[in-house]
Ligand binder design. Structure first.
Ligand SMILES: [Fe+2]
Length: 225
C-alpha cells in the first residue's frame, strides 16, 4: 500500500485474492481511501485480487504495463510514466525478464516496489513462459541497465520474502546497495554466466502456473484446485 499523508488516498500494489484483508489494513490502520490498484506483472503463483478491488471500489481498471495482454479492464502504464498521489510521485520502470510485462514502482525516488524482479538475495525466475534464454538476457538488462543505476540508498520492497537461492530471509525490505554487494543473482558478470545461474538449483515451478496465468489474464475463469 502506498499512501499519501496529505490526501489520505492510497494505491494498492499486487493484492492477493483476500481483498478484505487489504481493505481492513487501509481502513483500520490508516484511514486511507483506496483510489487505484496496480499489478506489477501477470502473476503465475497466485490469483490476483486486483480486479476484485476494481469492482468493489468502482475503479477505472488495474494499472498494468501496456503489454500485459489482460482481458480485464486495465490502465496501461508505460516505461518512465509518472503518476502523482497527493504529495507522492510514483515512477513506473519497465523491468521485463521474469515476465515480459513486469514493471517496478519507484516512490519518491527513495522506495522501490520490485515485484519479482529483485528479491532479497535473489531474483524472480525466468521459466514461466516464453524462451528462458531470451527471458534471462532481458532480465539481465533490466537489472543492470535499469535497477542497478538507482542510488544505493533506495529501499526495496519485493513481492516475496523467500527466494530460491536465499531461503530463510525474514526481512521484508533491503536496499539497492545491500543487494548490489550481496545478491547472488547480481554476481554473474555477463549474460552467459547469468543464464547458468538462472537455470541451476531452482525449485519446481508453481503448481498449475499456466492456468493461474490464464485466470489472471482473464482468458478463463476455471477454478484452480
Ligand atoms: Fe511473479
Amino acid at each position: 500500500m502506498i499512501g499519501s499523508k496529505e490526501t489520505r488516498e492510497c494505491i494498492i500494489v499486487d493484492p492477493l485474492l483476500d481483498i478484505d484483508f487489504v481493505i481492513d489494513e487501509a481502513k483500520i490502520e490508516s484511514s486511507y481511501k483506496i483510489v487505484s490498484v496496480i499489478d506489477t506483472h501477470t502473476h503465475a503463483d497466485h490469483i490476483s485480487g486486483a480486479r476484485n478491488l476494481v469492482k468493489r471500489f468502482n475503479l477505472q481498471g488495474v494499472g498494468m504495463y501496456a503489454n500485459s495482454g489482460s482481458k480485464f479492464k486495465t490502465i496501461p502504464m508505460t516505461d518512465g510514466q509518472i503518476l502523482r498521489l497527493g504529495d507522492i510521485e510514483l515512477r513506473f520502470i519497465h523491468t521485463p525478464g521474469h515476465t515480459t510485462d513486469h514493471m517496478c514502482v519507484l516512490v519518491d525516488n527513495s522506495k522501490l516496489l520490485t515485484g519479482d524482479t529483485i528479491l532479497i538475495g535473489d531474483v524472480g525466475r525466468i521459466d514461466l513462459g516464453g524462451d528462458p534464454r531470451k527471458n534471462s538476457d532481458i532480465l539481465y538488462e533490466s537489472l543492470h541497465n535499469k535497477l542497478l543505476t538507482l542510488d544505493d540508498n533506495v529501499e526495496i520492497f519485493p513481492l516475496h520474502i523467500g527466494a530460491a537461492h536465499h531461503l530463510g530471509e525474514t526481512n521484508t525490505s533491503s536496499t539497492i546497495g545491500k543487494e548490489r554487494t550481496k545478491n547472488l543473482a547480481l554476481k554473474p558478470k555477463n549474460k552467459e554466466e547469468f543464464f547458468k545461474y538462472m537455470t541451476e538449483d531452482w525449485p519446481p515451478k508453481p503448481p498449475d502456473y499456466q492456468n493461474i496465468i490464464k485466470v489472471n489474464r482473464g482468458e478463463t475463469s476455471i477454478e484452480i484446485i
